[in-house]
Design a protein. Structure first.
Length: 190
């Protein structure tokens, strides 16, 4: 058998996974977009702001050498804007997220200006979520489950983490995910 040569530079990147837990996060970018159902929503990109995992996703992004690198899906959350007749869950998610951002940033009031939101902090509680790929493989991610006030995280007030969301397990009410100034100049939205 003739074995073709290989190129070490083509090796797949391996990235660490953020441990599940509670973190102070910072909003890096916010974009207006439409949901699959055509509803207005905010796409909020964030990173870890403090502690040993500070800038976790920025470091992953910068270490990625592939030509089509993208910001980690694990460091993005989506919020549907409340609309007339929407499920109260949508309004509660929206209000909870922004109340936690306001209460995490002394004197900040959310007025819809996305430029004022960049660099603002919030508390994020993360869990493990599994997804099944088209190839049948199961992939594990650490994803934002819900938000808190950043000071609650600093003070250790988050004593119970949400259940992991595993493939093949029925959801429960605590499985719902809220749908958050970096010096890195090469981030995808710069």
């Amino acid at each position: 058998m003739k074995v073709p040569g290989y190129n070490k530079e083509n090796r797949r990147q391996s990235f660490e996974q953020l441990p599940k837990g509670a973190y102070v996060c910072k909003i890096l970018n916010i974009e207006a977009m439409k949901s699959k159902a055509g509803k207005d929503m905010a796409k909020i990109s964030f990173d870890i702001a403090e502690g040993p995992n500070k800038d976790f996703y920025t470091k992953q992004y910068q270490a990625n050498t592939s030509e089509d690198k993208k910001w980690s899906y694990d460091a993005v959350t989506y919020l549907v804007l409340p609309y007339e007749g929407c499920d109260p869950f949508i309004t509660q998610n929206w209000d909870t997220f922004w109340a936690n951002v306001e209460d995490s940033n002394n004197g900040f009031v959310f007025d819809g200006d996305e430029k004022k939101v960049q660099g603002k902090t919030f508390g994020g509680v993360f869990r493990i979520e599994e997804t099944e790929g088209n190839n049948g493989n199961v992939y594990s991610h650490t994803r934002l489950a819900y938000t808190r006030v950043a000071q609650d995280i600093r003070d250790g007030k988050v004593t119970k983490l949400p259940n992991d969301k595993l493939v093949g397990r029925e959801g429960s009410p605590e499985d719902f995910v809220q749908v958050a100034d970096t010096s890195a100049e090469d981030l995808p939205w710069k």
